[in-house]
Design a protein around this ligand. Structure first.
Ligand code: GLC
Ligand code: GLC
Length: 807
């Protein structure tokens, strides 16, 4: 069952009913000002930091779900409705929500009136635009009242939800020329304010929530829209809102549109007042003037669309398989941008008040983002590396506003350091910017402790070697990629953190997964050292990697798959000897990506075990059998009910590792099948089972042991986005940047018999025509001349290089 369809031409997903199984959302903004908007107009927005600069209020865990947002209400002769269906839930004659690249257009029609709301954040503007178009589709003249509505958050989202004894007394607004200014706390330490204005004369306004809704009413019973008359209320404490009233006369067939602008402005501290007690508003006035006419707004909207066309132009495919094309050309790349911007902060599953930027998460997000805006990737790399400690370990998280490490969580997640090498090498392959390795980057944000980025990578590489356990495998620390495999915690108190509590010292818990990472990612460190002329260091690194491979074969192989770990007592985890959790997905992927067992058949055997024990029609589960009871020596993984999250859920983040591993051993059909199992566009037809947005990946789909097998959770902000883009673009379609050229090495099911990839990189364009029969090992021609191997050397900027590949 579907609740809409893709419109690839427009790069949109079109939702055709407000009754989706869950709010299906989109993101606005890609630089500093961001908004989340659902298909019924719910959501909120913020400037830079979802916790500290929240502009509008949103209630998680609310009943009904997703109530509150930017609402436009229409009173048409006493009939009150909203084009997004909510909050009034008046039945609509027509409804459609189109989520596009950085914008959403919600259209509703009722009683001969059509209302359409276009929401977007213009490029490099700190504002959300809400353009409302009303069309009289009836035969009679209409006079309607239009009301805007949004509710301000008192800036700090967490405080806003908890500190009522103060907050209910501090709300302040100003109204000038029909624009509503939110100025709470501006009188004291804040130098920023918000404005909500409209490019037309208003017939009234409200700024006090109780006046607008009527005390005790829900959004759906809002008093002012029902009365058809604003009250001119001025908020004083309690709940400041912004609502405008516009009275609109429309002849039959007539259409008119209004642009509402919600902006965030800052003033210099020493010039923040216009007159005593009056906020200086020139910034807001300039902003509103930029959106004074329909033409201006249309031009800004066109600029946003051009921006996205440019961004998405660096990797495109034409295969004739529309689902494949739309994932690669549009939605997967779009999700990579959103994930890069938001990290794991604000979604309909993350409140924007919790987590900072993850060292490991952000390093992996780079993989799917680096080709979109390489300069921003460079900045991010420096930020991340600056939170590394001198011994190579790292703060697990840092705060985006301050860029400082988070002390509560600290370090000790022993996979963290290696992800930095992966992110940096992806950036260098994309750009050729080896100079970044010479940048001086602080340790622990302390400039006095700065060293070159290359030195940071060396410490990352050495970290697992210095922290090795009795089998020569890296110690796991608090957890590795799997946050919930906590082998040193032994928590027995409800509510304790599984990662940071009780951390037993002197343990010998080792991670086969980190060993696999070391073998998969380490070669990039060796390659960088060699390119810098440091052969001795490169040799040392290669020797260490070879030794690690031996250690995995000796101590990490279980007979038919790779073990997962050794626990605190030195007992195996992820072994046939265990009653539950016999086999885990992570080491199967990364050990094979690290080349272990590829020659001697172990890799194929491990992948066969994955297929037999972990695969389902909805994707590959994380482990099997699921844990049925809490195991204190394993930690959080065993706390989830079977089939959910890390306890045998389908973690979409590491399915790609298996897919890449299948391409390593050349099994194109399996790789292709596994990719299609979780790719959202392919799951669209079973949206009633999947339940979340069919245009983006979710972190998790419930596994085969779960009551709701196939149901997705935690959409949008997940490392799944970048890993799936890497997988489909670089390994299935097989076009990946390397240091000296593009590798063209397809490995995709025979169903995709012919395709063309256009790749723009380092100023040149590569047009790669592939003829495919499945399998692996392409024969290439470059500009008509056959070449040996799979590397197409980088051409001069401006060049257009024609490549053919036959598999
Ligand atoms: C979440 C975390 C990520 C972790 C994964 C597995 O997605 O953000 O850091 O690797 O869960 O536990
Ligand atoms: C990750 C996991 C989640 C866990 C959290 C850590 O996000 O996905 O299951 O609860 O880390 O505490």
């Amino acid at each position: 069952m579907q609740f809409g369809h893709f419109d690839d031409e427009a790069r949109e997903y079109v939702i055709t009913t407000p009754h989706t199984p869950y709010p299906w959302i989109n993101y606005l903004g890609s630089q500093d000002f961001f908004g989340l908007v659902s298909n019924t107009g719910g959501g909120y927005c913020f400037y830079r930091d979802a916790k500290l600069r929240r502009l509008t209020r949103y209630r998680y865990n609310n009943v009904p779900v997703d109530d509150g947002g930017r609402y436009f209400s229409i009173n048409d002769g006493g009939d009150v409705w909203s084009p997004g269906y909510r909050p009034y839930k008046s039945e609509l004659d027509f409804y459609e929500a189109r989520h596009g690249m950085g914008y959403t257009r919600i259209t509703g029609a009722r009683g001969g009136l059509k209302a359409s709301v276009l929401l977007f954040v213009p490029v490099d503007v700190n504002a959300e635009i809400h353009q409302v178009t009303l069309t009289n589709e009836s035969d009679a003249a209409k006079s309607v009242n239009l009301f805007s509505f949004l509710e301000f958050a008192l800036w700090n989202a967490e405080d806003d939800q908890t500190n009522y004894q103060r907050n209910l007394s501090i709300g302040e607004v100003e109204v000038e020329d029909g624009a509503i200014y939110h100025v709470t706390e501006y009188r004291e330490r804040r130098d920023h304010y918000a404005v909500y204005g409209v490019n037309a004369p208003i017939a009234g306004f409200d700024t006090d929530r109780d006046a607008f809704l009527g005390f005790g009413n829900g959004f759906d019973e809002a008093a002012v829209p029902h009365a058809g008359q604003a009250t001119g209320s001025m908020a004083s404490g309690w709940y400041p809102i912004a609502s405008h009233q516009l009275d609109v006369d429309l002849a039959p067939g007539e259409s008119t549109s209004f642009t509402f602008t919600l902006g965030y402005l800052e003033n210099p501290r020493d010039a923040k007042w216009e007159a005593p007690g009056v906020v200086r508003k020139d910034g807001a006035k300039e902003l509103l003037a930029r959106f004074a006419t329909e033409e201006q707004t249309a031009a800004e909207f066109a600029r946003l669309n051009d921006h996205w066309s440019t961004l998405l132009g660096s990797y495109t495919v034409e295969s004739g398989h529309e689902k494949l094309d739309r994932m690669v050309n549009i939605w997967n790349q779009y999700q990579c941008m959103v994930t890069y911007n938001m990290s794991r902060s604000a979604s309909y599953f993350e409140t924007g008040m919790g987590r900072g930027m993850g060292f490991r998460d952000s390093s992996q997000d780079l993989l799917g983002f680096v080709h979109l805006v390489p300069e921003r990737a460079r900045e991010r790399i420096i930020d991340i590396a600056s939170t590394q400690f001198e011994d190579g370990s790292a703060y697990h998280q840092y705060q985006p506003l301050t860029k400082r490490g988070n002390h509560t969580l600290g370090s000790g997640f022993n996979d963290d350091p290696l992800w930095l090498i992966l992110g940096v090498s992806a950036y260098i392959k994309e750009t050729g910017d080896f100079g970044i390795l010479d940048e001086m980057v602080p340790f622990d944000n302390d400039e006095s402790k700065a060293a070159t980025l290359m030195e940071h990578l060396k410490r990352s590489f050495d970290h697992p070697l210095l922290k090795a356990g009795p089998h020569g495998l890296p110690l796991i620390g608090r957890a590795d990629w799997n946050d919930c495999l906590n082998l040193n915690c032994f928590s027995t108190e409800p509510g304790e953190s599984f990662q940071t509590t009780g951390n037993k010292t002197g343990g010998v818990a080792e991670s086969v997964f980190i060993a696999g990472m070391f073998c998969a990612i380490g070669p990039d460190y060796a390659a960088l050292a060699r390119r810098r002329g440091d052969d001795a260091e490169a040799d040392r690194a290669e020797k260490a990697i070879a030794d690690m491979r031996d250690a995995v074969v000796e101590h990490g192989w279980d007979g038919a798959w790779f073990k997962r770990a050794y626990d605190y007592y030195g007992n195996p985890v992820g072994s046939d000897a265990n009653a539950e959790g016999k086999i885990w997905i992570e080491p199967q992927g990364f050990c094979i990506m690290g080349g272990i067992g590829v020659e001697d058949g172990k890799a194929v055997q491990a992948l066969d075990s994955v297929r037999e024990r972990l695969n389902t029609p909805h994707g590959i589960v994380l482990l099997n059998p699921a844990f049925t009871e809490y195991k204190v020596e394993l930690g959080e993984v065993s706390t989830y009910p079977p089939g959910y999250k890390e306890n045998a859920g389908i973690f979409c983040h590491n399915n790609p590792w298996i897919i890449i591993a299948e391409t390593v051993v050349g099994r194109a059909e399996l790789a292709w099948e596994y990719w299609k199992q979780i790719a959202p566009a392919y799951r669209e037809e079973q949206s009633e089972v999947h339940r979340l947005e069919p245009y983006v990946y979710a972190q998790m789909i419930a596994g085969k042991d779960a009551v709701r097998h196939g149901e997705a959770k935690n959409s949008w902000l997940t490392g799944t986005a970048s890993w799936n883009f890497v997988t489909v673009s670089q390994y299935l379609l097989g076009v990946r940047a390397d240091y000296d050229g593009l590798v063209v090495d397809p490995c995709i099911g025979a169903e995709v018999s012919e395709y063309t990839v256009r790749r723009q990189i380092r100023g040149a364009t590569y047009v790669i025509h592939v003829t495919n029969t499945g399998g692996k090992g392409a024969s290439l021609t470059v500009d008509g001349t056959p070449i040996d191997g799979t590397l197409v050397p980088y051409a001069a900027p401006g060049a257009v290089v024609e490549v053919t590949a036959t598999v």
